[in-house]
Ligand binder design. Structure first.
Ligand code: MLT
Length: 281
């Protein structure tokens, strides 16, 4: 049985939970914890698997798998080879390596874009979805211009400048007001991200296709979550997403921005635990 997370803890993995998997094209750093049906966590940009640390630590009864996507966290950051297809194929290879046929997949923002690509390329691997602060639409022309500006900034001034540009909107106003340590932690997480991984992800996001046509055909249980202070992908987009996926439910997380898994971890873990209880095979 899933155990409802009960405390506002700040759990960190022990080193032994984190393994490097050589998947051929890249080696990924992956945290794997627990036993049971598989639950795969895909983080956002330009972050790493630790944005799910509370969920990975508390969602007992599931085999929690949290990789750093290529180019981010402690995974390899090759100079090229980034695309939604590459991220999704990495995940299919990782599931193969772990002997997992199907997983419930939780994707936050960029992680959600990878989920849509998984549905396109490896649909049989997906048993359920948690879509967090993400959207199905492709970039607008202004959005694509913004990617180019960020690519230029990263090349010119590095990850630290990307962190300063992104932070004001990445975390909610409540977090900026009340959780300075968390703001500092997320700043440091972005600053550690290799520029090759930042640029690769920006190009991959800029080129990603519109996934809206997929939504009506999603036939696995789906939970949509969004921080009600998310300025990057506002709550209205979450409502639209939940409305377009048959049977999907929506939960808005109060007082959280674009990364509610870190900003309001207990609330997110509780909602996900309830969803998992309902979809447990
Ligand atoms: C993310 O959090 O992954 C990014 O904000 C997604 C995006 O820039 O579209």
């Amino acid at each position: 049985m899933s155990q409802a997370p009960s405390s506002h803890t700040d759990p960190r993995p022990s080193r032994s939970d984190v393994v490097r998997y050589d998947l051929g094209e890249v080696t990924l750093s992956v945290e794997v914890r627990g036993d049971g049906p598989a639950l795969l966590f895909l983080h956002g940009f330009p972050l790493d698997r630790t944005i799910f640390r509370h969920q990975v630590a508390t969602l007992a009864g599931w085999r929690r798998i949290a990789p750093d996507l290529r180019g981010m966290g402690a995974s390899d950051a090759p100079e090229g080879g980034y695309s939604m297809a590459a991220y999704a194929d990495d995940m299919a290879r990782l599931l193969d390596r772990l002997g997992v046929q199907r997983a419930v997949v939780a994707g936050l923002s960029l992680g959600g874009y990878v989920v849509f690509e998984l549905l396109r390329r490896h649909r049989s691997r997906v048993a359920g979805l948690v879509l967090c602060d993400t959207k199905a639409a492709a970039d607008t022309p202004e959005g694509r211009q913004g990617r180019d500006d960020m690519i230029a900034l990263a090349g010119r001034a590095g990850a630290a400048a990307v962190a300063e540009r992104m932070l004001p909107k990445l975390l909610g106003r409540s977090t900026h007001g009340a959780q300075p340590l968390l703001v500092g932690e997320v700043r440091a997480m972005i600053q550690r991200t290799p520029v090759a991984g930042i640029v690769g992800a920006l190009r991959a996001m800029k080129e990603r296709p519109d996934s809206t046509p997929l939504l009506a055909d999603i036939d696995v249980p789906t939970l949509v979550i969004s921080g009600d202070e998310d300025e990057l992908i506002p709550a209205a987009a979450a409502r639209e997403l939940a409305g377009a996926v048959p049977g999907a439910t929506l939960t808005l997380i109060r007082g959280a921005g674009h990364v509610p898994t870190l900003e309001e971890p207990t609330a997110v873990s509780r909602v996900v635990a309830e969803f998992l209880e309902a979809v447990r095979p």
